[in-house]
Design a protein around this ligand. Structure first.
Ligand code: COA
Length: 187
């Protein structure tokens, strides 16, 4: 059996307790999650969405992710509570080329589930998978506006490695910097 499939079957579904003792389920995103995932992203505040890499409030973007779901290049782990998606973490990686030892992660949590440890647990979960897959470096690309994301990265040992000035033009047309946060998994 493919190593990744074997790993996913072994790990999920996985029950997780948040800081307030509420229970959440982690599992890989499935094809039948399209409606729930679209709802999750459309409920995000504009300030969180404007600086994300894709326009996640556009149902076509979500449809495209679902149609092209391929765990071997983008592995999405969702957090589910009471039948709803309340968190999403994705690991982007490629087994070939000079980035084969690297992965990029993206994390988002529902506004009503924040500051309860969900973002931390999702990030740690995806970091564990990355280690099991033999990846050595993880990156997170954020804009300085996403302060909570910066604090989360710092807490988990990511270091600011570069700032690309004016690299992002957000959904509202504003120019902003891109901050590259990197974690070396073998340290
Ligand atoms: C960043 C994000 C995922 C954090 O999710 P979360 O569920 O609140 O995460 P946690 O509860 O685990 O908090 C993680 C840490 O971030 C910091 N933090 C998060 N929200 C904070 C806040 N409102 N005030 C102060 N610190 C905060 C804290 O250091 C916290 O750790 P601590 O509670 O142990 O001190 C969430 O705010 C989010 O989805 N933001 C929008 C999308 C985004 O910026 N994604 C990252 C780019 S890919």
């Amino acid at each position: 059996m493919d190593k990744l499939v074997e790993l996913l079957i072994k790990r999920y579904p996985k029950k997780v307790l948040l800081d307030d003792k509420s229970e959440i389920m982690f599992r890989p995103l499935r094809k039948d999650d399209e409606k729930s995932l679209a709802e999750f992203f459309s409920n995000l505040p504009l300030k969180d969405r404007v600086c994300l890499k894709e326009d996640v409030a556009d149902p076509k973007v979500i449809e495209n992710w679902i149609v092209n779901l391929d765990y071997d290049s983008v592995l999405p782990i969702v957090a589910v509570a009471e039948g709803r998606i309340v968190g999403d973490a994705t690991l982007h990686f490629s087994p070939i080329g000079w980035t084969k030892h690297q992965g990029e992660i993206r994390i988002t949590t529902d506004i009503n589930y924040r500051v309860k440890g969900l973002g931390t647990r999702l990030t740690v979960d995806i970091m564990d998978i990355a280690k099991e897959l033999g990846l050595e470096q993880l990156s997170l690309e954020i804009s300085p506006e996403l302060q909570e994301a910066f604090l989360l990265c710092q807490k988990l040992g990511f270091k600011q490695e570069a700032v690309l000035k004016g690299f992002i033009v957000d959904l509202e047309g504003n120019e902003t910097d891109l901050v590259l946060m990197v974690k070396h998994l073998n340290e």
